[in-house]
Design a protein around this ligand. Structure first.
Ligand code: ADP
Length: 372
């Protein structure tokens, strides 16, 4: 039965690549659409459709022969997805869910309307508008749409920084005194069944706002852990989510929990679920959107996920470094196969598992030395 289902993924990056691998486990056939002919998924499926995911005509055309359509990025054409829904296709997450989330300001308003605590922020049109809010600085400025891996985030310390600000619709947020950054991935199906993964701790690079490494399970006070799970479940219900949702949260220095942002798709804070959980986030997404029972989310061992960012050292010594890191017991490499050598770009990740967190951390330190 599953082999006759035609699934389409909008977006062909590494998240789509990992989703394809889990779709193969379920016997599904997968088509992928991405505007970049060299996107990682182009190598993994013969049904690769090279076209812009934000184009109405292209998304409609892509959806023609499919039964179920999902996403691995939020920047997609919502009107086309609504039309495909009308034609009887299953589109999960629903176009309404994607629309609320693809804009960081409407996302914030939605959460506030459901009494979920968020980082306070105001919408600004561009640089000119920011002068009105000089009294709110220092603050964190974020592009409303299409930001990722910190590319759409900057700190404005003083009014003098406004000159360097984004010239596009953005949100100016209060600068949060962050103690921890955590993420909870929650899955929900059409019948309203909900399952959460344990919160993970995310550590971001100091110079850039990109994830450096992630640890699961997060070491948190029990009260905060339970609250984080309750918040994620509440958001999934409020959105009437069908699929999976990553809820990124800040634990503030005074122990408040604030939602930073949502992602209604597989997320890098859930990479570890491949090696460390009974059901990976990718399989869980497929289960949720295909009406299959949601899988067990239990963690069966501690894990640490390290992003691999392109460096000059890696470019000059790639083969030797990969040899060494694959020699570390419990290290699982995910190489994204991206074309080109742009310094700073995320080109892979490694998940390290072990019997204790100390063991995992020690192995991760060895790997970090190899990569540097
Ligand atoms: P992206 O969508 O690019 O991942 P995020 O909104 O998650 O952007 O922000 C990236 C990182 O920037 C966060 O993980 C956090 O480290 C930092 N950050 C974001 N918002 C704030 C804020 N209001 N105050 C302080 N730091 C922030």
């Amino acid at each position: 039965m599953l082999e006759n289902l035609k699934i389409g993924i909008l977006g062909g990056g590494q998240l789509g690549g990992m989703l394809i691998r889990h779709a193969i486990d379920l016997g599904l056939s997968v088509s992928v659409m991405d505007k970049d002919a060299n996107a990682p998924c182009s190598r993994y499926t013969s049904s690769f459709f090279c076209a812009d995911q934000t184009s109405y005509e292209a998304v409609l055309e892509f959806g023609k022969g499919l039964d179920v359509i999902t996403i691995e990025m939020e920047a997609v054409n919502i009107d086309a997805l609504r039309e495909l829904e009308k034609q009887g296709k299953k589109v999960f997450p629903t176009p309404d869910t994607i629309k609320v989330i693809q804009d960081k300001f409407t996302q914030k308003q939605f959460l506030l309307s459901h009494n979920i605590p968020v980082v306070p922020g105001v919408a600004v049109e561009g640089k000119g508008d920011l002068h009105k809010y000089e009294s709110k600085l220092p603050g964190c400025l974020k592009k409303r749409r299409s930001g990722y891996d910190g590319y759409g985030v900057m700190v404005l310390k003083t009014p003098a920084d406004i000159d360097t600000a984004f010239e596009e619709p953005s949100v100016l947020e209060e600068l949060v005194d962050i103690k921890h950054e955590i993420s909870v991935i929650v899955a929900r199906n059409e019948h309203g069944a909900v399952k959460c993964y344990d919160p993970v701790m995310m550590v971001f690079s100091e110079e850039r706002f990109v994830l450096d490494f992630q640890v699961a399970p997060a070491e948190l006070e029990e009260g905060i852990r339970k609250e984080a799970i309750a918040v994620a479940e509440k958001i999934a219900d409020a959105l009437k989510l069908v699929g999976i949702l990553a809820v990124e949260m800040f634990v503030t220095k005074d122990n408040r929990l604030l939602v930073n942002e949502l992602a209604p798709r597989p997320h890098n804070s859930g990479h570890h679920t491949i090696e460390a959980s009974t059901t990976s986030q990718y399989e869980q997404l497929l289960r949720a959107i295909l009406g299959l029972p949601l899988g067990d989310t239990a963690l069966h061992c501690p894990s640490l996920m390290l992003n691999i960012l392109e460096t000059a050292a890696l470019i000059s010594n790639r083969a030797e470094k990969l040899q060494h890191l694959l020699d570390v017991p419990g290290a699982h490499l995910h190489w994204y196969g991206k074309k080109g050598n742009r310094i700073g770009r995320k080109i892979g990740h490694i998940t390290v598992t072990g019997s204790t967190m100390e063991d995992v951390v020690a192995k991760a330190e060895t790997i970090r030395k190899i990569l540097n």
